[in-house]
Ligand binder design. Structure first.
Ligand SMILES: O=C(O)[C@H]1O[C@H](OP(=O)(O)OP(=O)(O)OC[C@H]2O[C@@H](n3ccc(=O)[nH]c3=O)[C@H](O)[C@@H]2O)[C@H](O)[C@@H](O)[C@H]1O
Length: 428
């Protein structure tokens, strides 16, 4: 039976309906018919109102149109493996119009793997940048479905059309500080969306192997440096971090019960061309070019904040290395048949740089001075520093970052200027 029908039967509750009919018949023949009619009308009005509110809420997330023969053909074409040297994989990339998602999709496609993307194109940051990434991917034969990872029917349909060997799960609500403004969006994408995706993957036949984006933020208030995968991660400093940590626990459960092969990647402040406008290096560049001030946070006792900034090409190599070594899921028909791999890796640069140094590198590349406004770090979920120990990823798949911040920012600035021009007015 197709996955879609198995999960969503076409005649749900058939038996229940027959029982209900008999009960209704008895009710109408009783003396309290009038009273029951009144109750019925009230219930009808209430269900209409709640249906309306469901439609309103639902349409916020599931407005995308998909399906049909032409759509299925596009999905199949995009998933086609065109590699002769090795078996190759067909990968469903979630968040494919995002920063990391678009880079990983392109790299996979270029070496002949099949790639289908899914992205909800939400407006957390300028959706036109996401559309531009999408059209770049389209030019390389990658089809991106517009839809939300919470849409179980859409995901089930995708697995009916293609037997994906791997899922690269990068769709998420990112951003550490935005979690204080819109906590619900983190629960929606990073918890509910993740569980929905895992439910589909566990029922798929064959089950795919899953590689997904966790975050360096799970180390929270950990003070031991550099951060190793075995260090404590039970002191998150932000809701964002807490949802990523929850994701690590949730994926462990699906590995344990259903035999899904899972690899979680703790990304350390990823930057580069086609990046996220909400991140500091990006918004600083925009403001410096527009002559606007930038706010630099400073830690306790006037200590500079520092990040293990990691260049996108290094992260892409880490993602592909993880996919190539992920091993197989072992379940069928939603049942585990044996133990499957469960791994977590740091993907960082092993060389933290302070935020003021980041700013001075940008000033050099942009040939402009920043108007700096230095303030004490507000209690907004930030951590004072991050620093990755990458020996586990090195030993498992030869992960070795090669781009320092100076070089990486030069490439970013070159891209930024070619995309936005000098005043960057198109950026909102
Ligand atoms: O590794 C991660 O897991 C996360 O990395 C990223 O978070 P962060 O490391 O916080 O990056 P980013 O916002 O660029 O701030 C960088 C520095 O600039 C400081 N900062 C920031 C803004 C500002 O106006 N001023 C400032 O000083 C700020 O205090 C910080 O010290 C991703 O956004 C997140 O989605 C997640 O993937």
């Amino acid at each position: 039976m197709p996955l879609e029908e198995e999960l969503f039967p076409s005649t749900p509750g058939k038996i229940k309906n027959q029982t209900m009919n008999r009960q209704l018949h008895r009710c109408f023949s009783s003396t309290s018919t009038l009273f029951l009619w009144a109750l019925f009308l009230i219930a009808l009005t209430a269900s209409y109102l709640s249906f309306q509110s469901f439609v309103d809420t639902g349409s916020k997330y599931f407005t995308a149109s998909w399906g049909g023969l032409q759509w299925e053909k596009q999905v199949r074409n995009s998933a086609q493996i065109r590699r002769s040297s090795s078996p190759g994989m067909s990968v469903l990339v979630t968040g494919a119009a995002g920063f990391v998602g678009s880079h990983v999709s392109l790299a996979l496609k270029k070496r002949g793997d099949g790639v289908v993307g899914i992205d909800n194109f939400n407006s957390y940051y300028d959706p036109s940048l996401k559309k531009a990434r999408k059209s770049m991917l389209n030019d390389h034969g990658i089809f991106i479905v517009e839809g939300d990872i919470n849409d179980a029917k859409l995901l089930a349909k995708l697995f009916d059309v293609v037997a994906f060997t791997h899922v690269m799960h990068l769709a998420a609500q990112a951003g550490v500080r935005y979690a204080m403004e819109n906590p619900g969006s983190y629960v929606h994408s990073n918890i509910a969306g993740l569980v929905n995706l895992l439910e589909i993957c566990k029922s798929a036949n064959p089950q795919p192997s899953i590689v997904w984006a966790s975050s360096s933020s799970v180390y929270g208030l950990n003070e031991k440096v550099p951060f190793s995968e075995s260090d404590r991660t039970d002191q998150p400093a932000s809701l964002y971090a807490a949802t990523k940590k929850a994701g690590e626990e949730i994926t462990h459960t699906y590995n344990h019960i259903y035999g899904l092969s899972i690899t979680g990647l703790r990304f350390f402040t990823v930057y580069g061309p086609w990046g996220r406008p909400d991140m500091a290096y990006f918004s600083f560049t925009r403001n410096i070019l527009q002559g606007k001030p930038i706010t630099i946070y400073r830690g306790k006792n006037r200590v500079d904040l520092a990040r293990d900034f990691t260049y996108i090409d290094d992260i892409v190599k880490g993602c592909i290395g993880s996919l190539d070594t992920s091993g197989r899921s072992t379940g069928t028909g939603g049942k585990k048949r044996g133990p499957a791999p469960y791994r977590i890796f740091n993907l960082g640069n092993t060389s933290p740089v302070t935020v003021p140094t980041l700013v001075s590198i940008l000033e050099r590349h942009l040939r402009r001075k920043a108007k700096k406004h230095v303030i004490d770090m507000p209690g907004n979920g930030d951590v004072p520093f991050t620093h990755a120990n990458i020996s586990y990823a090195s030993s498992e798949f030869g992960y070795r970052p090669t781009t320092d911040l100076q070089t990486g920012l030069k490439k970013f600035v070159r891209w930024y200027l070619s995309y936005y021009g000098y005043n960057g007015k198109s950026l909102t």
